[in-house]
Design a protein around this ligand. Structure first.
Ligand SMILES: [Mn+2]
Length: 375
């Protein structure tokens, strides 16, 4: 029979965004979204009758997350209706065995029949009807390590009739930046040499492969389940992997986040341009959008005022809105006439620049200097 596995990682529950400039209520919403997105994954896994939910590291943002976050996470995971939730601690939520630590607190809340913290370097067997599955976990026990934890797997004797799956957390050479090799760096060849059917990995916050597949890529990375900043343009993912008795694979990359980050840059040279921008912004799910925008260009004085008014209004409609307004006034003869007496030096200077200055930059600068000299 075909086995279904939901694969997630890098959920970073409890991430505080403390080094970010967002207002407190935005930080709280982002914090809550990480739990909500995890709930979406479990709900989806239940709806699609997944046998396993695999969490390949960094379920939590740190080993010091609040008890409330641990309880809320366990509550969500306990509601998985399949055979087992298999959790491998990552480098952010590395495993420590002493009492009072993260995984000890987690274990006390967890449904023992359902949630398994795989901290041992030993195969874990399951049987779903007549199909045997063996998982090979490679738990992290520190924040950093030059050495990965998958070495033991290659020494194991595999049962060819079983589906053999590795679970690990760390950098894969060629995928992410790990110049100092301190994130459990794994070489693709090492993963291959283990002879497992495939690996479920975590750590790199973008998906691998990049789209759904119907062939075996050898290993999967699910990305974060909801984006965590401006450098994550994706919507957050998990993998739904189906393996049949012939070990054929069908894997769907499923979007799981509801909040998105946008980093935009617009050049505005007319009110038309601005209206196009407003149309684009109105097409976004504003209450769930974190937006940063840089505006360049020149607008007529009255258009600039209209644009800035509208930007102020949009500012209140978005979850987060930060505009870097580098707009300038468009200076034409009417503008000069309105501002300076005919035949005054500013009037003469700016009027002559209109015809001589193609891009209007000298005109802009001259006007700014005149404005400043008035003070
Ligand atoms: Mn990590």
């Amino acid at each position: 029979m075909a086995i279904k596995i939901m694969h997630t990682a890098d959920n970073h529950i409890g991430m505080k965004f403390s080094n970010k400039e967002y207002p407190q209520k935005v930080k709280e919403k982002l914090l809550e979204e990480r739990l909500n997105a995890l709930k979406r994954i479990v709900d989806n896994a239940n709806e699609t009758h997944c046998h396993f939910l695999v969490i390949a590291g960094d379920l939590f943002d740190s080993v010091n997350v609040k008890s409330g976050d641990i309880k809320a996470t366990v509550k969500i995971l306990n509601s998985f209706a399949g055979e087992a939730v298999l959790i491998v601690p990552g480098n952010h939520d590395f495993f420590e065995s002493s009492s009072g630590t993260l995984w000890d607190k987690f274990h006390k809340e967890a449904d023992e029949q359902k949630l398994f913290i795989l901290s041992e370097y030993a195969p874990q067997e399951f049987n779903i009807k007549d199909q045997k599955l063996v998982f090979f976990p490679a738990c992290c026990k520190s924040k950093h390590s030059e050495e990965n934890m998958i070495g033991w797997v290659a020494k194991e004797t595999l049962e060819p009739e079983a589906i053999n799956i590795g679970i690990a957390h760390g950098n894969v050479e060629g995928m992410g930046l790990d110049e100092r090799e301190k994130y459990f760096n794994m070489k693709p060849q090492e993963l291959k040499d283990s002879k497992l059917d495939f690996w479920l990995l975590g750590h790199i916050h973008v998906p691998y492969p990049k789209t759904s597949v119907s062939t075996n890529p050898g290993y999967f990375m699910p990305a974060t389940h909801t984006p965590d900043g401006w450098d994550r343009k994706h919507g957050g993912y998990c993998w739904l992997i189906e393996v049949d008795e012939k070990k054929s694979i069908k894997a769907d990359l499923i979007e799981t986040g509801s909040i998105k980050f946008f980093d935009l840059k617009w050049q505005l040279n007319s009110l038309d341009d601005f209206e196009k921008l407003v149309m684009e912004l109105n097409s976004l799910d504003k209450l769930n959008s974190m937006l940063r925008i840089e505006l360049n260009g020149r607008l007529k004085m009255e258009d600039l005022a209209k644009a800035r008014n509208k930007l102020q209004q949009l500012n209140d409609e978005f979850l987060f809105f930060q505009s870097n307004d580098l707009l300038n006034e468009y200076i034409d003869q009417a503008y000069i006439n309105a501002l300076y007496p005919n035949d005054s030096i500013p009037h003469q200077l700016l009027s002559s620049l209109i015809s001589a200055d193609d891009d209007g930059l000298a005109l802009q600068l001259a006007n700014e200097l005149i404005e400043k000299s008035k003070l």
